[in-house]
Design a protein around this ligand. Sequence first.
Ligand SMILES: [Zn+2]
Length: 442
Amino acid sequence: MSRILRNFLFLPLLLVALTSWGSDFRVGIGRKTITPEFPIWLNGYAARQTASEGKSYDLWAKALVIEENPHSKVVIVTVDVLGLSREITSQVSDRVFKKYGITRSQLLFNSSHTHAAPVIWPALSGMFNFTPAEFQAVIRYNHQLTDDIVTVIDMAVAGLVPMEIECGHGTAGFGMNRRGTAVTVSDPDVPIIRFSTPAGKIQAILCGYACHNTTLGPDNTLVNGDYSGYAMIELEKVFPGSTAFFITGCGADQGPVPGGTIELAEQNGKTLADAVQKALAGNLHKVRPPIRTDFTTANLEFPPMDLDQYQKDILSDDFYVRNRAKLILEAFNKGWDITRFPYPVQAIRFNKDLTILGMGGEVVVDYSLNMKKQYPDENLFVAGYCSEVTCYIPSLRILKEGGYEANSSMIFYGLPGPFSDNVEDLVTAAIHKVMKGTGAKK
Ligand SMILES: [Zn+2]
């Protein structure tokens, strides 16, 4: 080989080495629209009367792969749906492990909790009464979504390039406690993570907020990502060429104010996007390796089942009560253990700079406020709606107070709730376990 040819081949390698100099991570981004192409029932509202009638704008599945070295990757998947199912997360996890060796603790799923996206089966199966054709549309969409999530992860892995990561915090105030009880706590935190090229160009922004993605009510039948979808559209307009990711926080007992119309969903999205831009312009600090991850499944408990009550409920005039009783009695008759509930919790910790705590289900705000107090030296980004969303996760306070998040929501989720009084203790123990597993200190 001539010296000229050898130098010519060496040049690209040198350029790659120079451009990656100083970057601790490589980051890849994948995205795909998941807008349904056919009419389908939208999720989350028992009062909705018809299937979808078109769209306001596209829904997205997005993936962000962060690689510390070729053997240590974490994947963050965000999806514009009410909540993923255990069936989808476990299928995606298996396929991604086989392809890339990425373990469950290295894979975080988060759902935006928009109530204007298709039904994900079987969570909230107590809420619907589909015709066979409507049910087929739901199953078809769910299968496609599973494939789409794997596709966006493939895209992100294929596109890994050197990037700088920085993080910070902003605040927003449109998420208000919706329970109407004496305690009106909220979490105004808007944690942000910025991913940019070594030259400083923003490639991705990840932000979080603890509020139900329900500006739009049951009268809306257009596919729509609600406030978080509008916020991501706005951020991607302000930072051309970037991909914006939204992670839902512990907003199970928080609702957006104002609400009720598409214009207000857009307005709330603009409020969130403005908070993110303000935080990006403020004090950010560098995120460094190593990355450590941990994942655990707690066994939450239900009180002993009142079989007589469900046998009465099966004759109830209330469709939802009757439907829940049918699901529970069927499970009982099949010999399934329905007294315990597997609950996923995970932590992804970047050195001492940032820890993402990912909790499954609809988590009330008490958990994020408590954990930030208990880990004052960890820069905590607390996320609810991670992994699968199969019920509300109340604190003991809310369990004792009762109401929708403690009790009646379990009817729609088809579960034998409310949880036992030890629910907060069991969830908190799981959080401490994963935090310890990543080296975090109280
Ligand atoms: Zn909800």
